[in-house]
Ligand binder design. Structure first.
Ligand code: GLU
Length: 391
């Protein structure tokens, strides 16, 4: 019997963020005192009114199949949110509610990719973009942004990566792991290439609610010229501290809805109804709670950036959004994997190696600030001690 997995998937790597999480969980179970700054899971509890609503919905019997694209109440609320907060007009029929951001990305990619089509991935990029493109039969093409140029997204870089086979560009804004928020100039660079090369833009905007200082979030679909070419992907995980609920959505051009709906129907049947009800309350009633969490991340990021930058050979740019920092660290010629392993062994602090986000980021690590100030302070002390240790 041939028990080999599909050829296309044999080289598919496991999720680098989840494999670290699994390793940390195992080490903690073995009794090691590890501080986990590798993950993107908010330390906050989900706001209470969201939990109460899910419980109420379950008790009222919302435990059955519902419309595979989502309950009307949530799709209407999402369309309203996209219009009022983001200035984009998607009809509720253009919205599909999914079990988190990853399935939304999968449905988006599966709806548009033919075998061998190329999708540009702007690096540093979240670890699952490339595997998701592979899973739908596409080919990921890296566009490596330069840390010495503030990770700026230029038209030249995009043009150089496009070929006859390019079908789409996938962009995460605000960015995980750098925390960059795209500028107007970068929006225009993207728009020009998308229009000139007749591409589809997949805008992963899951860190929308986490933007700091004078920076402002702008939805890519609101940029004139991009409104009919953009698939917007969203999640409740980060801004609402709802990672474990698995709730997200995609909003897409109406021409793509029939294919995307069929994929969603066959793949998921539907997203649990009581969780969708909770999502309605999250959008309508949790604004203050979301803003409170944002303000705390803001403080923590300041704390972490200031601390790291006073350690010799550490250069930590200040993120503009999301809740990670992505410092460059020169230490004993270690590459990012060696450095992450060293920090785990020596400091008992888990971080994500920069190379997980693109092969060019050899000396960066990603540190998550989704952890209490007390733990961050202790982790920073340990990291400093490890990085200033004389051999
Ligand atoms: N998005 C988070 C991260 O980058 C969660 C883990 C994952 O799904 O990759 O750490």
């Amino acid at each position: 019997m041939d028990l080999q997995s599909a050829t296309m998937l044999q080289a598919l790597p496991e999720s680098k963020t989840l494999s670290i999480l699994n390793k940390v969980t195992r080490l903690k179970q073995e009794g090691h005192d590890i501080i986990n700054l590798a993950g993107g899971d908010p330390d906050f509890n989900t706001p209470n009114m969201i939990i109460v609503e899910a419980e109420k919905a379950m008790k009222l019997g919302m435990t059955h199949y519902v419309n595979s694209n989502g309950i009307p109440e949530l799709r209407n609320e999402i369309a309203h949110k996209l219009k009022i907060e983001n200035g984009v007009n998607y009809d509720p029929s253009q919205i599909i509610v999914t079990a988190g951001g990853k399935p939304a990305l999968y449905v988006a990619l599966k709806s548009i990719i033919n075998p061998g089509d190329e999708v540009l991935v702007i690096n540093p990029a979240w670890v699952s973009f490339e595997p998701l493109i592979t899973m739908v039969g596409g080919h990921a093409v890296s566009v490596d942004l330069n840390p010495n140029d503030h990770f700026k997204l230029t038209k030249e870089l995009l043009d150089a990566a496009c070929t006859e086979r390019t079908k789409a560009i996938i962009v995460n804004n605000p960015n995980n792991p750098t925390g960059r928020v795209l500028s107007i100039e970068e929006f225009h660079n993207l728009r020009d290439v998308v229009i000139e090369k007749d591409l589809i833009l997949i805008a992963d905007e899951v860190y929308e609610k986490l933007v700091y200082g004078t920076h402002q979030f702008t939805s890519l679909a609101s940029i004139p010229g991009l409104e009919n070419r953009t698939i917007t992907v969203q999640s409740f995980s980060k801004g609402h501290a709802m990672t474990g609920w698995r709730l997200g959505y995609l909003a897409l051009p109406s021409e793509l809805v029939p294919a995307a709906s069929n994929i969603q129907g066959h793949l998921a049947t539907c997203t649990p109804a009581f969780i969708q009800k909770a999502g309605v309350v999250a959008l309508k009633e949790a604004k203050e709670e979301v803003e409170y969490m944002r303000s705390i991340y803001d403080k923590r990021i300041n704390q972490v950036v200031t601390y790291l930058n006073q350690i010799p050979n550490v250069n930590c740019p200040h993120p503009e959004g999301a809740f990670y920092v992505f410092p460059e660290i020169k230490f004993r010629n270690f590459d990012s994997i060696e450095l992450a392993n060293y920090l785990l062994d020596e400091a008992k602090v888990a971080v994500t190696p920069g190379i997980a986000f693109g092969s060019s980021y050899l000396h960066n690590i990603r540190i998550s600030c989704a952890m209490s100030e007390r733990e961050l302070e202790e982790a920073l002390r340990r990291i400093e001690k490890a990085l200033t240790k004389i051999v």
